[in-house]
Design a protein around this ligand. Structure first.
Ligand code: BTN
Length: 298
């Protein structure tokens, strides 16, 4: 299934509204042909502006095209109409502890796209890279399939969360110069594409498949926290047992990744002992093994 750059995209807005309105009072779905960033737009609406009241209602905002898509650590998120699915889900949320929410979103999306079969011993092809990436394993190696950007804001005691998700649906030819390189010395590699795994899924079908379970997962997280999700993360943890390099903008640290704790913190065994990495401001990269061609998703 292909979508040209201009042909209308038929989004399942009504089906999503029908599926979600009962559990999310006041829920609406909106599709915009173009916006700077769906996360930025939901934050603007939540905060309001002079003369415009803040809107803390649950809202799913799909952006067919983003002109200033944002990723973690101040990075940009590149996407092209029809080739990617870019949307943000905003809703009021009051968990006792916020730790692990972006992991829960990743678990939910990965499971919706590639459910684990009971008794499955082989590794799933969609893996999770702490804290917010979905990686696809391909014959050419690991490729970044999707990224998640979770942001929160408060106003008059209402805490609002925006969960922004970008999924590469089909392969796009991105000029090498525009690709982020994993490290200065490493060549950049292209992102993965969902249609390599699920050829029949286009952006609207993907949205309909992942959003209802995502809302359920976020509501379960609000009630029970991250701990019940921990084994589900472990089943897809692509960093476990690998040497990783951590960088917080000032200091580099190397160690071996040992999964995540019950609070969603990344556990890394370093020469100075076991460290719990909780900050979303830390960049985490697996260190290339000699056989790994020296490239990896960023
Ligand atoms: C990352 O990989 O660092 C996170 C990428 C998140 C991208 C999505 S696309 C929809 C939403 N709007 C944005 O500007 N960013 C998120």
């Amino acid at each position: 299934m292909t979508t040209s750059l201009t042909s209308p995209i038929r989004w399942p807005a009504e089906a999503l509204w029908e599926a979600l309105a009962p559990s999310l009072p006041g829920f609406t779905v909106e599709v915009l042909p173009e916006i700077d960033s769906s996360n930025t737009e939901l934050m603007r609406r939540f905060r309001g502006s002079p003369g415009v009241a803040p809107r803390p209602e649950p809202l799913l905002l799909v952006a067919e095209q983003q002109t200033a898509g944002r990723g973690r650590l101040g990075r940009s998120w590149q996407s092209r109409r029809g080739d990617s699915l870019t949307f943000s889900l905003g809703l009021p949320l009051q968990p006792a502890d916020w730790s692990g929410l972006s992991l829960v979103a990743g678990i939910s999306v990965a499971e919706s796209l590639e459910p684990l079969i009971p008794g499955q011993t082989s590794k799933p092809r969609i893996g999770l890279k702490w804290p917010n990436d979905l990686w696809l394993s391909t014959p050419e190696g690991e490729r970044k399939l999707a990224g998640i950007l979770v942001e929160t804001a408060s106003w008059e005691g209402v805490r609002y969360v925006v969960i922004g998700i970008g999924i590469n649906i089909r392969t796009v030819e991105i000029p090498a110069a525009a690709l982020p390189s994993a490290a200065p010395a490493m060549p950049a590699i292209p992102p993965g594409a969902l249609q390599a795994l699920l050829p029949a899924l286009d952006a609207p079908a993907t949205l309909l498949r992942i959003v209802p379970p995502l809302v359920q997962a976020v509501q379960a997280f609000e009630r029970f926290g991250f701990a019940p999700f921990q084994p589900r993360f472990v089943a897809r943890d692509v960093l476990a047992g690998r040497t990783v390099q951590l960088y917080d903008g000032q200091n580099d640290l190397e160690g071996t990744a040992h999964g995540v704790g019950e609070n969603g913190a990344l556990l890394v065994h370093t020469p100075a002992g076991m460290k719990q990495i909780t900050s979303s401001e830390v960049s985490v990269r697996p260190v290339a093994a000699p056989s790994e061609k020296g490239t990896r998703p960023c």
